[in-house]
Write a protein that binds this ligand. Structure first.
Ligand SMILES: *[C@@H]1O[C@H](CO)[C@@H](O)[C@H](O)[C@H]1NC(C)=O
Ligand SMILES: *[C@@H]1O[C@H](CO)[C@@H](O)[C@H](O)[C@H]1NC(C)=O
Ligand SMILES: *[C@@H]1O[C@H](CO)[C@@H](O)[C@H](O)[C@H]1NC(C)=O
Ligand SMILES: *[C@@H]1O[C@H](CO)[C@@H](O)[C@H](O)[C@H]1NC(C)=O
Ligand SMILES: *[C@@H]1O[C@H](CO)[C@@H](O)[C@H](O)[C@H]1NC(C)=O
Ligand SMILES: *[C@@H]1O[C@H](CO)[C@@H](O)[C@H](O)[C@H]1NC(C)=O
Ligand SMILES: *[C@@H]1O[C@H](CO)[C@@H](O)[C@H](O)[C@H]1NC(C)=O
Ligand SMILES: *[C@@H]1O[C@H](CO)[C@@H](O)[C@H](O)[C@H]1NC(C)=O
Length: 370
C-alpha cells in the first residue's frame, strides 16, 4: 500500500498548489486515490506509478479526464509485465520515460470516451475506438481531432491492432464510471508516416516518396490519407509507370490535410493531391471497398492503418493514370533504381496490417450489412 500513500500524498500536495487556479474541469483527487488504490491492490503498480509520475509532474489532463464521472470511460491498463519493455509497441517513436508530456500522451491514448464492455469489444468487428489523445505535440490530425485505437477480433479475442506486439485484454472490471481493461502491453501511439511504411515493408512506396521529392514532408502534414500499394502492385505496372513523374504518381495516392477513414469513404467527395476525385464502391456482401481514380480501380485490402497525422489504406494496385497533368509540382522521372522492391523489413507489423484485413472500421458498432 505504500504506493497508494505515495500517490495520495503527492496528489494532495499538488492539489494544494492549485487551489488558486481555475480549471474548466477539476481533478477529483478522492476518486483518483481510491482508483489508484484499487489498481495497486491488484498489483498494477507500474501503471499507478506512471499516473502518479505524470500527475505529480504537473500534467493533470489524464487524471482530470479520467476522474470526470459525468460520462462513462474505458481505460486500458497495461500489466506490470508490459513495463519491462515499455517501448515495444511504438513505431518510429522513442519511449521517453522521463518526459511528462510524452507520458501524459501515452496515458491519454489509453483512455476512451465511452464504455466499452468486454462483451462489446469481443462482439464488434473491426472498430476504431476514440481516445482522449488530441494533438499534445505527438499526433497531428486536422482540427485537433482525437486519435483512435484500432481493434479487431483475433484468436486472443479482442485485440488492439496497429501494434508491433500482439496486444490483447487479459481481464475486465468496472470501477464506478470506469470500465477497466487490463492488457498485456502498453499501447503504442501511432507513429510517423515514413517510419511506419518503412517498418511495414512498403519499400517501393517509400522509394516513390523519396523520388517524388517529398522527403519526410508527408510526416509534417496536418491530416493525411494515403492509399498505399504493396510492392507487388508497383511491380505489376512497372512498364506503364516507366516514364511517369514520381510526384504525379504519388500525388494520385495521397490527400494532404484530411484524414479520410474507411467510414468516410462514401460520405463526401475526396480529392487527391493530383486534383482528381476518388470513387469508392463497396461490395455489399464482402463489404470490401474498391477505389477508382482516373479510370483505374484497385482493391482496398485493409482500411485505417493509423499514423500520427492520419491514416493509411493498403491497396493491391497502383492508381497509375496520371494523364491529368499535375500543376503543383515539377515532375521527377522515376528510374527503375529508385523503385525497387526488396522484401519486407518487419514481417510482424506487415502481418499485423494484413491479418486483420477487413473492409470497414467505424468508430461505432454500426458496421455495414451485419
Ligand atoms: C469525487 O469522487 C468521489 C469518489 O468517487 C465521489 O464520491 C465524489 O462525489 C466526487 N466528487 C465530485 C465533485 O464529483
Ligand atoms: C515497474 O515496477 C518495478 C517494481 O516497482 C520497478 O522496479 C520497475 O522499475 C518498474 N518499471 C518501470 C518501467 O517503471
Ligand atoms: C530518467 O531520469 C533519471 C534521473 O535524472 C535518470 O537516472 C534516468 O536514467 C532517466 N531515464 C531515462 C530512460 O532517460
Ligand atoms: C514538442 O516536442 C518537441 C520535440 O520533442 C519539443 O522540442 C517541443 O518543445 C515540444 N513542444 C511543446 C509545446 O511541448
Ligand atoms: C518510355 O520512354 C522510352 C524512351 O523514350 C520509350 O522507349 C518507351 O516506349 C516509353 N514507355 C512508355 C510506357 O511510354
Ligand atoms: C471533384 O469534386 C469536386 C467536388 O464535387 C468538384 O468541384 C470537382 O470539379 C471535381 N473534380 C474533378 C476533376 O472531377
Ligand atoms: C487515363 O486518364 C485519361 C484522362 O482522364 C483518360 O482519357 C484515359 O482513358 C485514362 N486511361 C485509363 C487506362 O483509364
Ligand atoms: C456511426 O458512425 C457513422 C459514421 O461516423 C455515423 O454516421 C453514425 O451516426 C454513427 N452511429 C451511431 C449509432 O453512433
Amino acid at each position: 500500500m505504500s504506493l497508494l500513500l505515495t500517490s495520495s500524498v503527492a496528489l494532495m500536495v499538488l492539489l494544494a498548489g492549485w487551489v488558486d487556479l481555475v480549471f474548466a474541469q477539476s481533478l477529483n483527487v478522492t476518486f483518483m486515490n481510491n482508483f489508484l488504490g484499487v489498481l495497486d491492490s491488484m498489483d498494477l503498480k507500474n501503471f499507478t506509478a506512471l499516473v502518479a509520475q505524470v500527475t505529480n509532474g504537473g500534467d493533470s489532463s489524464f487524471a482530470t479526464s479520467l476522474s470526470d464521472a459525468s460520462s462513462p470511460k474505458t481505460l486500458f491498463v497495461p500489466n506490470n509485465n508490459a513495463f519491462t519493455q515499455p517501448g515495444a509497441n511504438f513505431i518510429g517513436v522513442d519511449f521517453l520515460a522521463n518526459d511528462t508530456q510524452f507520458l501524459s500522451s501515452v496515458l491519454l491514448y489509453h483512455l476512451l470516451d465511452r464504455k466499452w464492455t468486454q462483451n462489446q469489444l469481443s462482439t464488434t468487428s473491426d472498430t476504431l475506438l476514440q481516445t482522449f489523445l488530441r494533438g499534445n505535440n505527438i499526433t497531428f490530425l486536422e482540427n485537433n481531432s482525437p486519435q483512435m485505437i484500432a481493434g479487431a477480433q483475433s484468436s486472443n479475442g479482442f485485440q488492439i491492432v496497429n501494434q508491433a506486439q500482439d496486444t490483447f485484454v487479459l481481464q475486465t472490471f468496472q470501477y464506478e464510471h470506469v470500465t477497466v481493461q487490463v492488457i498485456n502491453e502498453i499501447v503504442g501511439i501511432p507513429g510517423p508516416f515514413t517510419a511506419t511504411i518503412h517498418t511495414a515493408g512498403l519499400t517501393t512506396l517509400a522509394n516513390l516518396q523519396a523520388a517524388a521529392g517529398y522527403g519526410t514532408g508527408l510526416d509534417t502534414a496536418i491530416g493525411l490519407t494515403v492509399f498505399a500499394p504493396f510492392d507487388d502492385g508497383f511491380e505489376a505496372v512497372r512498364e506503364q509507370i516507366a516514364n511517369t513523374s514520381a510526384t504525379s504518381l504519388l500525388n494520385n495516392h495521397i490527400i494532404i490535410g484530411k484524414t479520410v477513414r474507411g467510414s468516410d469513404f462514401q460520405f463526401s467527395q475526396h480529392t487527391s493531391q493530383s486534383l482528381m476525385n476518388y470513387t469508392f464502391n463497396q461490395d455489399p456482401m464482402s463489404e470490401k471497398f474498391t477505389v477508382t481514380l482516373n479510370g483505374v480501380t484497385v482493391n482496398i485490402v485493409r482500411t485505417d492503418f493509423l499514423v500520427n497525422n492520419g491514416v493509411i489504406h493498403l491497396v493491391d494496385g497502383v492508381l497509375f493514370n496520371t494523364t491529368v497533368p499535375d500543376l503543383l509540382a515539377v515532375p521527377t522521372p522515376v528510374s527503375s533504381t529508385d523503385i525497387s522492391s526488396p522484401s519486407s523489413s518487419s514481417p510482424n507489423l506487415a502481418s499485423s496490417m494484413l491479418s486483420y484485413a477487413q473492409p470497414t472500421m467505424t468508430n461505432n458498432a454500426t458496421n455495414g450489412c451485419l
